[in-house]
Ligand binder design. Structure first.
Ligand SMILES: [Zn+2]
Length: 270
């Protein structure tokens, strides 16, 4: 059974990292409106939060075509959220305070909350928004506190958690890349599979045949099928079909790529 050229796309709305980045982004928009006076800083923090969220989604969307791109975008997301975490730390430090310790009761409470996950396959934007609201309610005691220090500290913890989860996601992607290679390797595998499926077997010894070209004589340059058992002494050959079998191989490959593409479009529309 041959592998599909395009694997199924990500389903980013089901990722904990995307859910977490959504909470962080929305809380950051609210925090900046309330507590950050410099419009430049508002913009920088909001952008960092947005970049974290969007790059997780975009990376996951690109997973079907390029593990390399998925890794790059996921790492951009991670870097953006770390940048935002430092902005919140600065806010706390510049106000003359210290960020919570890892073992502070609030840190532990925030860390031990489990995110609810989307499990819908229909109306996903609507359902995701509902699950995100439920998750926001979980963190409301901190994120909706009137004390900006509590909100900033809670966001440091959430950015930290997102960073940790994204690192795990990157490790897994790195392993998949080492194991299966990138898109180029995959295209070569699919091409070889398609070629083998179309290649005739030797009528004498059963080995696959390969396209060969006549090197001399009146038919120089013409192609024929020759047995790959040539070195083992089988000199069996077959004529090439009139329109050229190699065209048929290319057409078959193109139609497989197209049907894989259609599959991946159908998956997206679910
Ligand atoms: Zn043979």
């Amino acid at each position: 059974m041959s592998e599909p050229l395009f694997s199924k796309r990500g389903g980013y709305r089901k990722l904990d990292t995307f859910m977490l980045a959504t909470l962080i982004y929305y809380a950051t928009v609210a925090f900046c409106r309330k507590h950050i006076t410099s419009s430049r800083q508002q913009e920088q923090m909001t952008q960092a939060g947005r970049s974290g969220r969007q790059n997780i989604a975009e990376g996951s969307e690109r997973s079907s075509t390029s593990t390399e791109t998925e890794i790059k975008l996921t790492d951009v997301a991670r870097a953006s959220l770390v940048e935002l975490m430092l902005d919140y730390e600065d806010f706390i430090n510049l106000g003359g305070h210290h960020p919570w310790r890892d073992d502070a009761p609030e840190s532990v409470a925030i860390r031990s909350l489990h995110l609810k996950r989307l499990d819908a396959t229909e109306h996903v934007a609507h359902e995701f928004s509902k699950v995100a609201a439920e998750n926001r309610a979980l963190f409301a005691p901190w994120l909706e506190s009137d004390d900006p220090l509590v909100v900033a500290n809670a966001l440091v913890r959430l950015c930290n958690r997102a960073d940790w989860l994204l690192r795990k996601q990157l490790d897994a992607l790195g392993e998949r890349f080492l194991d299966q290679g990138g898109m180029r390797e995959k295209m070569t595998r699919v091409r070889l599979e398609a070629r083998d499926a179309e290649t005739p077997k030797c009528p004498k010894c059963g080995k696959p045949m390969r396209l060969r070209t006549v090197k001399k004589g009146p038919t120089t340059g013409e192609q024929f099928w020759g047995c790959t058992g040539f070195t083992a002494g089988c000199h069996s050959t077959l004529p090439l079909n009139k329109k050229g079998d190699s065209n048929r191989i290319e057409n078959n490959l193109s139609s497989r790529i197209e049907s894989n593409r259609q599959d991946s479009i159908r998956i997206d529309n679910v």
